[in-house]
Design a protein around this ligand. Structure first.
Ligand code: NG6
Ligand code: CA
Length: 514
């Protein structure tokens, strides 16, 4: 947000803490402001963790988190792809309210604009240290395609509330394949200046399409045949990078160790912290470190889940050794539903061996069906959130911002987080009903409107199966769809035509909100 309004918000917040008898009138949950760590996986499905019934893969660290906290069974990302989902979660505004929030290329300009009030602004202006790690995928720099990757980027996470950031611009299957620390390429190699283009290749640079012999780590199954980095071809063209280029097998280590270092540096500086730890796991290309290989029968996708679990374990252990576990709220979740073949020949499909990444829900990543946006969600806050509980409360990630605002007594500028509802009691497991409805967005922008009892999917044009090779049902149909959540949780039978009033009521509720 702009400087003037930032100062305004800081002044308000400072006032709140110096004048208000903040603690007196509050519920026990609010008595002390905890650190908040949001561990946000990529493409991790509702059925991908052992404590959610996963077959074939052990996730002891996540199991531990669930046994020390509350595990949610009816939580939803705001979209079934990354960029719109993260946009909604971090701003409290649905991505479908504005254009240019679709899956972003690696050279997208900042999608969240500096004047928007984000979850990070909210924490920062409430006295928190704030940091982002890992997958970003919400654009960087002022204008799409005009970034100079060899200089400080003119617009970045510092402009939307993050004091510190160590991130990947987009996804690991998109160039540029470098980490960016506080708006500058990390480990920058002046001997290999970086150039990025999403339209045309740089003369003489190999591509996956023309030089498959150079793909010594992973080959594409569809798409992903442009620039080659670390023996893996990607989306987009890139030249240079040298020593700054990531090695996929070290990405989880880099993200996790930067997060751990941040925790150590901020453990006892008198300020609480907010950390957004967005893992690369389990997005494609899945190429985890050697030490996580072969610990499950599912190949690289299973190994990536094991690696994700390791990251979670590292963070929990570090909280213990720093003595911070008691006063830290940990939220673990995912940005959208799972996908098996998302464009690389990694054996994921062949090796599932009975595992269902969606936990048998219909659809998956990209889809309007339940598998698109129902995600794992676990919340731990010792003494405040019940241990080893399950909550079936209806939850949307878009509501996290106002809920966390309430938790820390943030004063929010008028109009911020406009779609976010205060659902703190549901978030901490005290209210087992949750939100009256949630809205999720499929890859083609079709909206799904879900209440406790019914799921309505609005009519939309498009193919029944994702058209580029992932074999996922889109949920797209030219007719309205209605599913009975209680009797048909797997969405096998569209009952819209036999329930015209319910269908019309839900359609009209959705249209009012839109
Ligand atoms: C798709 C990519 C897919 C993945 C997705 C974004 C192709 C053929 N497929 O376009 O691999 O990158 O975009 O995933 O290019 S997300 O989780 O970041 O939304
Ligand atoms: Ca994703």
């Amino acid at each position: 947000m702009q400087l003037s309004s930032k100062i305004y918000a800081v002044a308000l917040t400072a006032g709140a803490f110096s004048l208000a008898p903040a603690v007196k009138s509050q519920s026990p949950a609010k008595q002390q402001r905890p650190n908040v760590i949001l561990i946000y996986a990529d493409d991790l499905g509702f059925g991908d963790l052992e404590c959610y019934g996963a077959k074939n893969v052990k996730t002891p660290a996540v199991n531990r988190l669930a046994s020390e906290g509350t595990r949610f069974t009816n939580a939803h990302a705001a979209a079934s792809t990354s960029t719109p989902s993260r946009y909604a979660m971090l701003t409290g505004q649905y991505a479908w309210r504005r254009p240019d929030t679709d899956v972003a290329p690696g050279n997208a300009g900042m999608i969240i604009r500096p004047e928007q009030y984000t979850m990070a602004d909210m924490f920062k202006n409430s006295g928190y240290s704030t940091a982002a790690f890992g997958k970003w995928h919400l654009g960087l720099g002022d204008k799409t395609g005009e970034q100079d990757w060899n200089a400080p980027l003119p617009c970045g996470l510092a402009d939307i509330g993050f004091d510190y950031s160590y991130i990947m611009a987009a996804t690991s299957d998109r160039v540029p394949c470098v980490f960016i620390e506080n708006g500058m390429v990390a480990n920058y190699d002046p001997s290999a200046p970086i150039y990025v283009d999403y339209e045309k290749n740089f003369p003489g640079e190999p591509t996956g399409r023309d030089n498959p012999e150079l793909l010594y780590n992973l080959k594409p199954s569809h798409g992903h045949d442009m620039s080659i980095v670390n023996g893996i071809s990607r989306i987009g063209y890139m030249k240079g990078g040298g020593k700054a280029l990531w090695k996929d097998e070290n990405i989880a280590d880099s993200i996790t160790e930067h997060a751990i270092e941040y925790m150590r540096d901020h453990a006892s500086d008198g300020k609480p912290f907010f950390m957004y730890v967005a893992t690369n796991d389990v997005h494609v290309p899945r190429f985890p470190h050697e030490r996580f290989r072969g610990k499950n029968p599912m190949g690289l996708r299973g190994d990536a889940i094991v690696q994700f679990d390791w990251t979670v374990g590292r963070i929990l252990d570090e909280l213990d050794s720093l003595g911070l576990a008691e006063n830290t709220l940990v939220i673990l979740s995912s940005d959208n539903g799972p996908v098996v073949d998302d464009g690389y020949d990694d054996g994921a499909k062949e090796l599932l061996a009975g595992h269902s990444p969606t936990g048998n829900l219909r659809g998956g990543k990209y889809s309007a069906f339940e598998g698109g946006a129902r995600i794992p969600m676990i919340v731990r806050w010792p003494g405040k959130v019940a241990e080893g509980e399950q909550s079936d409360a209806l939850i949307s990630q878009v509501d996290w911002m106002q809920s966390l605002a309430s938790l820390i007594d943030a004063r929010m500028p008028l109009g911020s987080a406009p779609d976010s509802r205060q659902q703190l009691d549901a978030l901490i497991g005290a209210d087992k009903a949750g939100a009256p409805w949630v809205i999720t967005q499929a890859y083609n922008k079709a909206l799904t409107f879900r209440t406790a009892d019914w799921t309505y999917i609005e009519p939309s044009a498009g193919p029944a199966i994702v058209p580029w090779g992932t074999e996922i049902e889109t949920g797209s149909l030219s007719e309205p769809q209605l599913y009975n959540n209680a009797s048909d949780p797997l969405q096998t039978t569209n009952v819209a035509s036999s329930n015209p009033e319910i269908t019309a009521t839900l359609a009209s509720q959705l249209s009012t909100i839109r």
